[in-house]
Ligand binder design. Structure first.
Ligand SMILES: Nc1ncnc2c1ncn2[C@@H]1O[C@H](COP(=O)(O)OP(=O)(O)OP(=O)(O)O)[C@@H](O)[C@H]1O
Length: 379
């Protein structure tokens, strides 16, 4: 296993960057989810790591070894794709054993490893069956097993591996993957556009937008401290409310009413910044604004956008004037729709909670400019 370091790595197929030049380290032994919408560059980034693609610019290192020109076979990477990749005429046992025999693992170890991974993935009773006799979901589980069976690989790359798997089984498999990760200590990079999949699987979620990493952190950090508007709305259900506001004399105002004081926060990527990547470090360049300065800045007067998650909007008798326009009862919680200064706002409240009052307060609100978080609202 190795740290996988991308130095100023960028790729373009045409004139536009599919992956914008970035410097980024995937730390050895961690379970990462690479999360972002369709077309944001996830597969391109994965293919650069595996060697299927040579980046247009930049260098790729496994620890101190420069592997930029090393083909996939020389990188010792295991890959699991969206659809099963198997030898259909071979038994499940032989499919699982194949990557080990290919690398001349001793016979006893092959058997131990195959049985271990089969037991973790619930494949024991299928070991003797031909792969083609299994349904597509089960075949994909065998593909997963093939990716996970070896020890000492630099990383296991999983590109939307549960797409063809039955939804009910997905939950089980995600927790199995976590268990296997604890067991093997592999570096896992799991590509998905599904936030639930990312948040339930990963130690660290890396959010990609338009070919640039906009934030990485634990699921909790991304939820509680979104450093970019995109993270605010892509993570959470529903996503973060965004309201136009103004900073005047250090106060945050919405439609002339004061909602608190503006306090600058360190930018993402800086030491101590919530959701920052700490020592892994990142320098993100390109049109999506990234970390730029090493110091928390006071917030200058002018327009900002105030972001507040529905979970932190409180309805009540004091605060900002609001008008409730509707309530959706979703069983586990209520979604209260309101209007504030002509803008829509959603609050999530406990079932049975009274939906009353003509005011709202915010418990955890952030300020954004050019989509990047610059501060928060304090009392
Ligand atoms: N071979 C190619 N030639 C030209 N453009 C490409 C090629 N492969 C990908 N792209 C473009 O590069 C961008 C990033 O694509 P990529 O497949 O890496 O994104 P993704 O996040 O994995 O998307 P998805 O979730 O849909 O698979 C997209 O705009 C895509 O259209």
């Amino acid at each position: 296993m190795a740290d996988i370091r991308l130095e100023e790595v960028g790729h373009r197929y045409t004139d536009d960057w599919a992956v914008r030049p970035m410097t980024w380290t995937w730390r050895s032994g961690r379970a990462y989810a690479l999360l972002g919408p369709s077309g944001c560059g996830k597969t391109t980034l994965l293919n650069i790591i595996s060697g299927l693609l040579t980046p247009t610019q930049g260098r790729v290192y496994f620890d101190d070894r420069d592997v930029t020109s090393v083909p996939t076979a020389g990188r010792d990477i295991a890959q699991v794709f969206q659809f099963p990749v198997l030898y259909e005429e071979m038994s499940v046992y032989n499919n699982l054993a194949f990557p080990l025999r290919n690398r001349k693992y001793p016979r006893k170890e092959v058997d131990e490893r195959v049985r271990r991974v089969a037991s973790l993935l619930g494949l024991e009773e299928h070991l003797g069956r031909r792969a083609r006799r299994l349904d597509a979901g089960r075949q994909q589980i065998v593909s997963l097993g093939r990716g996970l069976v070896r020890s000492g690989v630099a990383a296991v790359l999983l590109d939307e591996p549960l797409t063809v798997v039955d939804p009910a089984l997905k939950w089980t498999l995600r927790s199995k993957l976590k268990e296997i990760h604890r067991d093997t200590g592999h570096t896992l990079i799991y590509v998905t556009h599904d936030q639930t999949e990312a948040l339930t699987f990963a130690d660290e979620v890396v959010v990609l937008k338009d070919g640039a990493i906009v934030q990485s952190g634990t699921p909790e950090e991304l939820f509680l401290s979104p450093a970019h508007e995109f993270v605010g709305h892509f993570i959470g259900s529903p996503g973060m409310n965004m309201l136009p506001a103004t900073v005047v004399d250090g106060e945050v105002r919405i439609g002339g009413a004061c909602v608190g004081r503006a306090a600058g926060l360190p930018l993402p990527g800086e030491r101590g910044a919530p959701g920052s990547t700490g020592t892994a470090g990142s320098v993100i360049t390109g049109p999506v604004p990234g970390p730029r300065s090493a110091q928390a800045m006071p917030i200058s007067a002018g327009p900002v956008r105030l972001g507040v998650r529905p979970e932190f909007v409180r309805l009540g008798g004091s605060g900002l004037s609001a008008r409730v326009t509707g309530v959706d009862d979703l069983g586990a919680y209520l979604l209260v729709h309101a209007e504030v200064d002509g803008h829509a706002l959603t609050a999530k409240t406990a079932p049975g909670a009274p939906v009353s009052g003509e005011h709202v307060r915010f418990e955890r609100a952030f300020l954004f400019r050019d989509e990047v978080r610059i501060g928060e609202v304090v009392a």
